[in-house]
Write a protein that binds this ligand. Structure first.
Ligand code: PHB
Length: 402
């Protein structure tokens, strides 16, 4: 369609120009872009947080995605890319409106978003209703690749269950029998807590107390006082971005760091060590990535990212990069023709993504099946010390995809 539309004005333009000024002159004014009947640019919608506690996560995801495109000479599946962007502010109330801006107003071919689980739920509703090809580069809400899974919706990050489930067993192995869990009161915190409770209890531990702060508040003092009085063997948590940096700082300032060891999913220490590594030394976490993964693939990625953006990549940058790799796999299979949705989906479902985190494949529900690493903060690095769970697949409960 787009190519056909471009041909008619081009012919008219040629005729008029030839009549008025002669063919040689026409050739000199004809834009070269039109001269070779290029396919229309691929319209990519980015719905991500660029302000608030998750702002850095949105930027890292965007950078990772752009690196893939840059490595492919500015194209995916032979098509140049045009970006349309909204700052979703990690605000669930605005999610449907923001998603519709991209899908209905900007008519994007692909929707990429977002970070916050609650926002992603609103976005995914629009994705399901419109059928637009959608890739989630972070938000972990379990239902997105569970009961609410859809043929056109893929996730390159994790379900909230995946990075947290394995930490409980590690804590019991370290001799901790009791724990308190602290997090934000919204889907990602609640689902991480459920995953923690499942893993910790199964390994023989007991959760003494669950503590919540509203998202995105970072007033932790009262709850830290409560933790000190409960005296669990250890504390586990889900925090990320600016909130994680603040929690690490406050935990140390409250004098708890040397008394009650702190654990969590690796979001706690990812992307924050440049700022707060001093208060994070020795903290062990589980995650599907670690800065210090000593594979040629990861080292090549880290060098390229640092060169392009003058900063170190983190797990969010990797997820953005892998979103680009997955999209490239889908588009290359249909030579850039996103109208061939079945072909795109089939290629994405069967892709083996050569990620900096290690290769991964898609589950039946369109969620990564991947290794979860055990990491430890050493200096400014999340050093990988082992594999906490090999090839962990989310159960995808309630997903009806074939
Ligand atoms: C989420 O809301 O799903 C979420 C946000 C930030 C993270 C992980 C999960 O680092």
């Amino acid at each position: 369609m787009a190519v056909g539309n471009m041909r008619t004005p081009r012919r008219d333009f040629l005729k008029a120009a030839a009549a008025g000024a002669g063919l040689a002159a026409a050739a000199s004014v004809l834009p070269t872009r039109l001269a070779t009947a290029q396919p229309a640019k691929l319209r990519v919608g980015l719905m991500l947080p660029y302000t608030g506690t998750y702002a850095q996560l949105g930027v890292a995801i965007t950078n990772g995605l752009k690196l893939v495109i840059q490595e492919r000479g500015g194209r995916l599946g032979g098509r140049e890319i045009e970006f349309y962007t909204v700052d979703d502010e990690s605000n669930p109330a605005k999610a449907p409106e923001n998603a519709n801006k991209l899908v209905q107003r900007d008519k994007v071919d692909v929707l990429i978003g977002t970070v916050h689980s609650g926002v992603a739920m609103g976005m995914a509703k629009v994705a399901r209703e419109t059928g637009v090809l959608t890739i989630i580069p972070n938000a972990g809400a379990d239902a997105l690749t569970g009961a609410l899974c859809a043929p056109n919706v893929f996730r390159t990050s994790f379900s909230n269950w995946q990075p947290t489930y394995p930490i409980g067993k590690v804590m019991v192995e370290r001799g901790h029998r009791t724990a308190a869990y602290i997090t934000w009161k919204y889907a990602a915190g609640e689902e991480s807590l459920a995953a923690f409770r499942e893993g910790f209890t199964k390994a023989g531990g007991k959760v003494l107390k669950e503590l919540f702060v509203p998202f995105p508040n970072v007033e932790f003092q009262a709850l830290l006082t409560e933790i000190a009085s409960i005296r669990p063997d250890a504390v586990a948590c889900f925090f990320a971005g600016g909130g994680a940096a603040k929690f690490l700082t406050d935990y140390a300032a409250a004098g708890l760091r040397d008394k009650i060891p702190l654990y969590g999913s690796g979001f706690l220490t990812d992307g924050v060590l440049e700022a707060v590594s001093g208060v994070a030394q020795g903290i062990e976490t589980t995650l599907h990535y670690g800065d210090g993964l000593e594979t040629p693939r990861n080292q090549q990625f880290r060098l390229a990212y640092a060169k392009a953006f003058k900063q170190q990549p983190d797990v969010y940058a990797v997820q953005g990069y892998d979103t680009g790799l997955l999209l490239a796999a889908g588009l290359e299979a249909v030579k850039g023709d996103v109208g061939s949705m079945q072909g795109v989906i089939k290629a994405m479902e069967s892709a083996r993504i050569d990620s900096p985190r290690g290769p991964f494949t898609m589950s039946r529900a369109h969620n990564p099946v991947m290794d979860i690493y055990l990491r430890k903060v050493v200096g400014k690095e999340n050093r990988v010390t082992g594999i906490a769970h090999k090839a962990l697949a989310d159960p995808g409960r309630g997903c009806k995809l074939a």
